[in-house]
Design a protein around this ligand. Structure first.
Ligand code: CA
Length: 226
């Protein structure tokens, strides 16, 4: 899951970015409205955290531009004000939720998870593929009822594959959603993580859920390999 944070307060940006990365999200940062708009229209994000008071273009203007261009990515607005009229303005501009500063990181995380669940693609609290169960609230993964321990990145990779069950995902797509813009490593990072995931998820079972499409990428599917 890839998140864009548009926030001009560097300290807050750093805290949010570190916190979200440690939760397994891929995070990109923009420090003014124009940069934010450029990133939001150039890449596919699963969610945008958007400050209202920004240099060059306000968060509200940025949001209006996005919605005018039919970008329906979930947007969580951050505002220093808490007047009811502001709330109305944000929702009218197309915000999905908003949070008044100062807020706790835990609160932000709860809101982000809630928005991602009801986002534009298939979202639900639990995902089930054959005997694999993923609880997106607690981030617990089970296979045939047996708990599987995953690192935050392994979980993020599995969740992305599971949200796109049956679809072949290229290494580039996976990197864009699970890692982030600053990631400049080798594309074989995906192969390394898929291998780790297979060891934990598929090795002990006859039915293999992660399939390789040679030269293309990977897919998580219930169906037998073609
Ligand atoms: Ca600001």
């Amino acid at each position: 899951m890839r998140i864009l944070i548009v926030e001009d307060e560097e300290k807050l940006c750093g805290i949010l970015s570190r916190g979200l990365k440690s939760e397994g999200f891929a995070v990109d940062l923009a420090h003014d409205g124009l940069q934010g708009l450029e990133l939001a229209t150039s890449y596919t994000y699963d969610l945008i955290v958007l400050d209202v008071q920004l240099p060059k273009m306000t968060g509200t203007q940025l949001l209006q531009r996005l919605r005018q261009r039919d970008h329906y990515v979930p947007v969580l607005m951050l505002t220093a004000r808490d007047a009811v009229s502001d709330k109305v303005v944000h929702f009218e501009a197309g915000a999905d939720d908003y949070l008044t500063k100062p807020f706790s990181f835990a609160e932000l995380l709860v809101r982000i998870k809630a928005l991602m669940r009801r986002g534009p693609v298939q979202r639900s609290d639990s995902l089930k593929i054959a005997d694999l169960e993923i609880d997106r609230l607690s981030r617990q993964v089970k296979r045939a009822g047996k708990r599987i321990e995953l690192s935050p990145k392994e979980y993020a990779l599995l969740e992305y594959l599971a949200l796109n069950t049956g679809r072949v995902l290229s290494r580039t797509m996976i990197i864009e959603h699970v890692w982030d813009q600053s990631f400049e490593g080798l594309t074989n990072i995906v192969d390394v993580y898929v291998k780790q995931l297979r060891t934990k998820l598929d090795a002990d079972y006859d039915k293999k859920l992660i399939k390789t499409s040679r030269g293309v990428g990977y897919t998580l599917t219930d169906e037998a390999a073609a």
